[in-house]
Design a protein around this ligand. Sequence first.
Ligand SMILES: NC(=O)c1ccc[n+]([C@@H]2O[C@H](COP(=O)([O-])OP(=O)(O)OC[C@H]3O[C@@H](n4cnc5c(N)ncnc54)[C@H](O)[C@@H]3O)[C@@H](O)[C@H]2O)c1
Length: 453
Amino acid sequence: MSNLPNLRECTICIIGLGYVGLPLAVEFGSNKKNSINDKKINRKVIGFDINDERVKQINLGKDVTNEVSIEELSKADYFEATSDENMLVDADVFIVTVPTPVDIYKKPDLHFLKEATYLVGKTLKKRKKNLKNCNPVVIYESTVYPGATTEICVPILEKESGLKLNNSFRNLGFYVGYSPERINPGDKDHRLTQITKITSGSNDDSADWINQLYGSIIDAGTFKASSIKVAESAKIIENTQRDINIALINELAMIFHKLEVDSLEVLEAAGTKWNFLPFRPGLVGGHCIGVDPYYLTFKSEQLGYTPELLIAGRKINNKMPEWIVKLLLTEMNNKKVPKKGAKILILGLTFKENCPDTRNSKVFDIINFLADLDMNIFLHDPYVSSLKELPYIEHKLCNEIPFEEDFDAVIACVKHNEYLELDLHDWKLLISNGGIVIDIKSIIPKELDPIRM
Ligand SMILES: NC(=O)c1ccc[n+]([C@@H]2O[C@H](COP(=O)([O-])OP(=O)(O)OC[C@H]3O[C@@H](n4cnc5c(N)ncnc54)[C@H](O)[C@@H]3O)[C@@H](O)[C@H]2O)c1
């Protein structure tokens, strides 16, 4: 007998209420599909986060990540956010969605994941004392390298709880699963329930159970992987593949620039072939594509294989900010624009379009290069109202696009919808007197002769 929780009536605790955790908590907490096999779902969802401020905002109906609307939050009747660890003891299912960044040496930084796992382990011990009628399930959604759930998390859970993985005797065991998240912040077309969800479990019964649990909220359906390691590997290669594809296009853009040919025109022409992939050059920042490949290179090197292509892709994408600054400096030299004090406008600061996420944004690398050259930098982003990452320059953040100013150069970094809505007249206002225009995302009309990547 497996002693898994009752699918319809379990209490779910989501640990980490960020870009991934909050939409998940709201979806489970809405009980939208209100029955399984014609029997009513009556699940309770506890959202736990160590960030008090975030918890308060969520309980007031506000999501600063813009992933969940106030209406969606208000409909999540069965969900409550808390930063009180004691609330966790009622949970039967724990879903961990905490950050997994890299450290300054680009090695996996698992301290959030380990801390969350210690907390779950300690909670399982308290739960055991309460003698529950099912064995708990701990599911990881945080991106990790293949093997991390079993090698890093399970030993912590076993040690802290005194329970054994897959022991089916009531109150003596627990189960583990891995179900990677694929959401794309800012993208309102591919939302949690519309993306196929990979699931996996530590044995056959738990894998089936976890698959059914997600099946109860994911409209696009689920894909049950054969093992936790397969599910972990699938997630990590999705972003690694994207990183390599963008690196290839970035490298081509550098070559095209030397060839004095417009890369967008080349890519559009090549794109008329049925199997040419429609990638575009750009800055690769954020906490997924620019981070996950390092998890794979770390594990691969640990196992004795140096993944040359993956490392090269990372290097190319990391050097794009410097290359863009060199483009600007060359053009300034050509036009005899003095560097010191030059007025530069940066449009877009986030790591991707239409979302407020500035984590690991490569635009900051560009700004830092320019600031070191004593340039007079103005910043604008419709989604960013303060810049804790760049305190020395925060005062240069404009609330509105500064049409009235004259700039020596404008660098368009992010394809926010607000910039796509500008017409030729608006752009002309902004880019007057023959100023230099660098257009990283091909959003500026060609009439203005932008330097495109
Ligand atoms: N954001 C994305 O687009 C995305 C997509 C797929 C996968 N992922 C992965 O999902 C994971 C979470 O990413 P995110 O973007 O949601 O991160 P996030 O930073 O937006 O949110 C993480 C939350 O976890 C909280 N937290 C940290 N330690 C905690 C702990 N011990 N207990 C409770 N809460 C804790 C933080 O306060 C924060 O609110 C990462 O592994 C990431 O790589 C993210």
